[in-house]
Design a protein around this ligand. Sequence first.
Ligand SMILES: O=C(O)[C@@H](CO)OP(=O)(O)O
Ligand SMILES: [Mn+2]
Ligand SMILES: [Mn+2]
Length: 564
Amino acid sequence: MSADMADVNPSSEWKLKPHPVLPSGKPCVVCILDGFGENKYKDEYNAVHSARTPNVDKLRENAERCRFVQAHGTWVGLPSNDDMGNSEVGHNAIGSGKVYKQGASLVDAALESGDLFKGDGFAHVKQAFEGHTLHLIGLLSNGGVHARYEQLKQLFQGAYEHGAKRIRLHILTDGRDVPDGSSIEFVGQLEKDLEQLRAKGCDALIASGGGRMHVTMDRYEADWEIVERGWKAHVLGEAPHTFTKALDAVTELRKLPKANDQYLEPFVIVDGEGKAVGTVQDGDAVVLFNYRSDRMVEISKAFEYENFSAFDRVRYPKDLKFAGMLQYDGDLKLPKNYLVPPPFIERTSGEYMVKNGLSIFACSETQKFGHVTFFWNGNRSGYFDEKRETYVEIPSDKCPFNEKPDMKTREITEAGIAALKSGKYDLLRINYASPDMVGHTGSLEATIRACETCDECLGELLAEVDKLGGVYLVCSDHGNADDMVQRNKKTGQPLQDANGVNMALTSHTLAPVMVAVGGAGLKDSVKMRDDLPEAGIASITATFINLCGYEAPSDYCPTLIKTD
Ligand SMILES: O=C(O)[C@@H](CO)OP(=O)(O)O
Ligand SMILES: [Mn+2]
Ligand SMILES: [Mn+2]
């Protein structure tokens, strides 16, 4: 296993105790089927249930070694148990073994106490209020994954009360955490609220926008053109479509072929003379109002870095007062200024493991690459110990994923098997992106296909683990593929549109997720504990640390397994 343990001498505060029963030295694979929940609706609209998944079925049938844990709400640090889980909070929990109050909760609290308007970040932004414009850029949604409308409203109202005289909103339509088409209502609501602000004397307008998957909110450098489109619309005031009213923009652009809220074309709002109403000028303030990090990192770099080459910014406004809702990358300290301090996630499993001489392999495709690295490590973009960590990214396709529902599942599997065979790694963390990414397209058929391919590949991966006498833990981070229709809350029946067509559910779900352990190297005595009925996904961490032959740190959420 780990080639040289000679230089390993963890200080007492980092030393992991050997597990009294489980041996170290066997490769352990942690495989995350992203967005693969266990939904109470077990009908044809549940892609997880409808897919042919003999390998997952086998895991599930072994009741002593498989259970379900909660992956939403307060189990992952979100404000309420009506909040669905997501990859950020899910992988933070699985990587760190603890539940931290997450961005959604922290921003709520900072607005409620008023601290948001008293901090250094807001003071930085406020310098521009006299004589300049405040720009707010982010996701117009109530999904609670990246941003929430109520927070945005309190932000622009509070900014006005603290002296902002000219405010411009640059809005990204959602349709991924909330139903497709809801952009119309959100824009309508925003227009009403801005109208009220204008009545008080604040010059507040929507200035630009576009769909979140097509404009601005790229992640992990999957496609910088997405960010470039956003830069052009928000900063330069350039887009293929101009309108004088945002509601018209959204209504009209949704009529284009294949258009939906997620992929809406970029637009700019212009005045009677055709002039953009809200370009970003020297000395302006810009606030990104999303709290979630992955999809704000690239646009933050475009605003913050003087030297920047990912695309040609054409014009880089000088002396901007730029801030994020949170700081999005703890290693890069990006952005420098932020309105709310982010969760401080420390002493994660990865750091413990490398400090104890274990070698780690992490792999996914681009769309989820940062999930098993950046989020897993507590929102840090670097390595803890490059010598002991190998991170492999398989480039994702650049298309709506229902068109290629296998995504890179096979390539990820090949990379995982090669890493296993190399004998170099103690822990291998692998994320299969497709149940989630295809689930977000709303296509039931494609999502079933995604689940089937994942299952097939999982079978191959686990067979290799068995061959090598290793151990594994298979789990998910939240639900998504497990429900593909919007439902009547009481009856559970699919909701239909005016044409009698079922309305797709593109978002995550509140479903619990499976945790299964096994492998030829796992002692027969290992079983799921039965004294933790309410466990959440943060308990996965202690469980795989045990599988690696160590006791988990005492402040981690309790392990799910027993060995007697
Ligand atoms: O795509 C995303 O940004 C979110 C949904 O908003 O999904 P996930 O948490 O699975 O990454
Ligand atoms: Mn996820
Ligand atoms: Mn998702």
